[in-house]
Each structure stands twice: as C-alpha cells, then as structure tokens.
Design a protein around this ligand. Structure first.
Ligand code: GDP
Length: 468
C-alpha cells in the first residue's frame, strides 16, 4: 500500500515537472560550436568525477551525479560526432575536432540529487533525471530569415543593393556569366545550374574574405542539400519593382519564372521547415560569437560581424509584430550569448570581452529584455588551450599566456588588450590585436575532463534551474 502510494507520488511528480529540455547551440562558422558541444558533453559525463564545474550550483553542492548518452528521439537528424571529436583531441599531437556542417543532435540523461529547496527535494526524492536534448546548427541558417519577407523580384533587388564595391569585385565571374541571361529567355537547366554554382562560389569567396552577411545561407553550408535543384537559383541583376507587371506576364518556362519558383521552393521547403520543425521547439539557446577572431581580422571584418549578428539575432526577436512570432511562435525562454575562445587573451581582459560583446549586441539584447526573455552575456573557453602566466620585466610583472602554436612551437606572449567598447578608428591604428591559434593541450597534460573557462557558468545559466 505504502509502496503504491510512493510510486504514484513519483509518477505525479514526473509528469508535473519538466523532465526534458531542448538546448540549441548556434553561431556562425568557426564561432566554436563543435568545441562547445564536445566540451559540454565531456564535462557532464565527468561530472561528480574530475570535471571542474564549481560555477554550477548543482555540481558545487555535490548533487550532480553524472550523465550518460542515450539514443536520440529524432532519427532523421544526424548524431553529433562526440566520439570523433574526442578522438581528434586525443591524437598526438592533439587536433581540433572537425566542425559540424549542418544540424546535429545528441541526447544526455543527467542524474542529480534534488536540492532541499527544490520541488523534488521536499518529498525527499533520492535522485532525479533530466533528459537534455542538445542541438547544434549553423548560424548561417538564421541569416535566411529576412529572405522570407521577400519574393524573388524584391529579393533580387535587395541583393543588388548588397553588392558593395568589394563584394562586386568578388562576384565578377558570376556577374559576367549572368550578364547574358535575359529574364524572358526559355530556361535552360544546365545553364542555370552552372550560373547558380558560380553564385555559390561568389558567396564562398565573400565569406573567405571575411563577409558574413550572405544569403542564401544554405549555399554556404548546404548540408544534405548539396547539388539539389532547390539550391539552383540566384538573384537576377537589373530587374526592379518597375518591371513587375511585364515580368509576371512572361511565359511559365522563362528564366524569370523558373528562378522565382525555385526561390519560393527554397523558402517553403528549406527555410520554413527549419523554423517549424527545429527552431520553434528549442527551449533554450546559446549563441556563440568569435569576437576575438573578428578583432584579430581588422575593422572591416569586425563591422561585417556586427551586421551579420544583427541579422542573426532577428530570429530571437519575439516582439508581437516580428516576422518570427507571426510565423512560428517560438518558445525559447532563456538565452545565453557567449564570446568564445577567451583563453586567447589574458584573464584580466575577460571583463572587457563581455562588455564588448554586449556592445556588439546592444539592440538585440534590449529587445529580448523588453520581451521578458532572460538573456545573459558571458565569455568562455570551451576547451582551454593556454595557461595564464605572469612574466617579470624590469622589476614589473605582466600577465601573459603560454601555449603551443598550431605550428608546434612553445609560445609565451601577451596578445593585446580587448577594447571595452566598439573600437574607434584609432584603436586599429594604435595597436590592433594579434593572437596565434593554439593547439589543444595533450591528454597527459589535461586528464579526462577537458580544461575550460566558465563553461560551467554557461551551463548553470542554461540548465541550472532544471537541476534545482
Ligand atoms: P564551429 O564551426 O562553430 O563548429 O567552430 P569549431 O568548434 O570547429 O571551432 C573553430 C576553431 O576555433 C577550432 O578549430 C579551434 O581552432 C578554435 N577554438 C574553438 N574553441 C576554442 C577554445 O575554447 N579555445 C581555443 N584556443 N580555440 C578554440
């Protein structure tokens, strides 16, 4: 009798409480998503053992018992390659994991002891489980949101306007190829495919040159759509709103209508499904930003990052009349924004790194707070590759970093000061900023749990309340 009652109480609590959480990780290419997710899984798997998670209340109080991987629910989404990532880090010399290129998923079951003040703690439950579904997807996909506001004609017009002189130069080959194409010609499949490939090459070149605000996002990271006809379109230069009537009257098999159909197909079958099937279902989200990488690359690249982030963050703009809320009613109730690779600078620069990140994202952060969605900005290193040191010179002590460069050389250096605000022109002239890329620490120097900086603070913010 007593046993049945106990079971019923447990069942009730299981149902009453949110036992499952879907946490998504995003950021532009090379922002550090793969490293973040690898480290996150690694830390939780070594929780209660050698993982250092003092900034996570549950771990600090000794209540985090551990985590294991379990089979994911959605069999259509690729599994996040955790073992492959760890294998790369364990090589001699250690290697950074290969980045993921599309969406991937991994499910963890976390066991913890409820705190005395938590709901479960009050009925003295010994231990409880939280199922954590982790998703990783390219931030480039979020750059496609504005594309939903357009039809093919207005999008073409918009893309022409986006061709600044520098981008026009990078697009020279495509512009030449598309110059002979007239909207009223009968569409030739092979020709459109060839021009589309050149357009994709243009976007790739622009990205290589440091531009990030590029559409369509899937052209850069096609995932499993590589080579599919849905990606074989491009904007038509030279057309504008004034031509609408004449263009609409063209035959169905014209270049104009063929490209329009593909554009609409891309909206309906590529962009929208991502929001509908994935984005809308995430509970929590962390957006990773390589602020230091952009500082390192100079003023143009830094400005472009700022524009791209403004576009990317529109997907989290839940104001009543925003495009996202009209279309998808998302349910993300908590967000973290993190400047990654903090181990590239000395510790006393970390505060500036966060204020700089907050300055970069000032508007989106304000919008989120206005919409009552808690948001936290922080700096972290998912996999710390350097050690902080002090060097003495002429009787004075200076902070420095020690690490092994990608070329295999031991280095002891001071990479520079991080500005606390969006840098003015004189910052770039005065000092700029330089850092090397470091190799991850070898296994014998780091042990089983990956060294990190404040990954535990991010975890506490993102899932801590579910482990209360
Ligand atoms: P993704 O494209 O967003 O998945 O980015 P990755 O996780 O592959 O990271 C890109 C690169 O940034 C890696 O290959 C590393 O060189 C570097 N990186 C990422 N995280 C860290 C970190 O915590 N510390 C250091 N020093 N480098 C990092």
């Amino acid at each position: 009798m007593r046993q049945t009652l106990a079971r019923e109480v447990t069942n009730l609590l299981e149902r009453g409480r949110d036992r499952q959480l879907r946490l998504a990780v995003t950021g532009l290419s090379r922002a550090g998503k793969t490293a973040f997710l690898t480290s996150l899984v690694n830390q939780l798997r070594h929780a209660g053992l050698e993982a250092r998670l003092d900034l996570m209340a549950c771990a600090r109080e000794g209540r985090l018992l551990g985590a294991r991987r379990v089979a994911q629910q959605d069999l259509a989404v690729p599994r996040f390659p955790y073992d492959e990532a760890m294998a790369a880090l364990d090589e001699t010399p250690p290697r950074w994991p290969d980045p993921t290129r599309g969406i991937s998923e991994l499910r963890l079951q976390i066991r913890y002891r409820p705190g005395r003040h938590g709901l479960l703690g009050m009925v003295a439950a010994d231990s409880a489980t939280l199922t954590l579904d982790l998703f990783d997807y390219p931030g480039e996909w979020l750059l496609d949101l504005p594309l939903l506001e357009h039809d093919f004609l207005s999008w073409s017009e918009r893309q022409q306007a986006a061709l600044t002189p520098a981008r026009r130069e990078l697009a020279a080959e495509w512009l030449e190829a598309v110059a002979d194409l007239t909207p009223d010609a009968a569409a030739d499949e092979a020709e459109l495919a060839a021009i589309a490939e050149r357009y994709a090459a243009t976007l790739r070149a622009a990205r290589e040159a440091g531009f990030a605000d590029l559409q369509p996002g899937r052209f850069l990271l096609p995932g499993d759509l590589a080579g599919a006809p849905v990606l074989q379109f491009f904007p038509l230069p030279g057309i504008g709103e004034a031509d609408r009537q004449a263009l609409e009257a063209l035959p169905e098999d014209s270049v104009y209508h063929t490209l329009s159909r593909r554009f609409a197909h891309y909206q309906q079958h590529v962009v929208k499904p991502f929001y509908r099937e994935h984005f809308r279902r995430f509970d929590r989200q962390i957006v990773l930003v390589d602020v230091l990488g952009a500082l390192n690359a100079g003023p143009e690249r830094f400005e472009d990052l700022s524009r791209a982030l403004a576009t990317l963050m529109r997907s989290f703009h839940y104001g009543k009349r925003s495009l996202v809320s009209r279309l998808f009613a998302p349910r993300i109730d908590r967000l973290a924004i993190a400047a990654t690779k903090a181990d590239h600078v000395t510790p006393e620069q970390h505060t500036n790194l966060v204020t700089l990140l907050e300055a970069l994202l000032a508007e989106p952060i304000q919008d989120l707070r206005f919409a009552d969605i808690p948001v936290k900005a922080l700096s972290l290193a998912s996999i710390r590759a350097t050690q902080s040191r002090e060097v003495e010179r002429q009787g004075r002590r200076f902070p420095a970093l020690r690490g092994t460069t990608q070329a295999g050389e031991e280095a002891l250096l001071f990479p520079g000061e991080v500005p606390a605000q969006i840098p003015e022109a004189d910052f770039w002239q005065r000092q700029g900023f330089t850092f090397d890329h470091f190799r991850p620490l070898p296994r014998d120097a780091r042990g089983d749990a990956l060294p990190h900086i404040r990954l535990d603070a991010a975890l506490d913010w993102l899932i801590g309340d579910k482990l209360a």
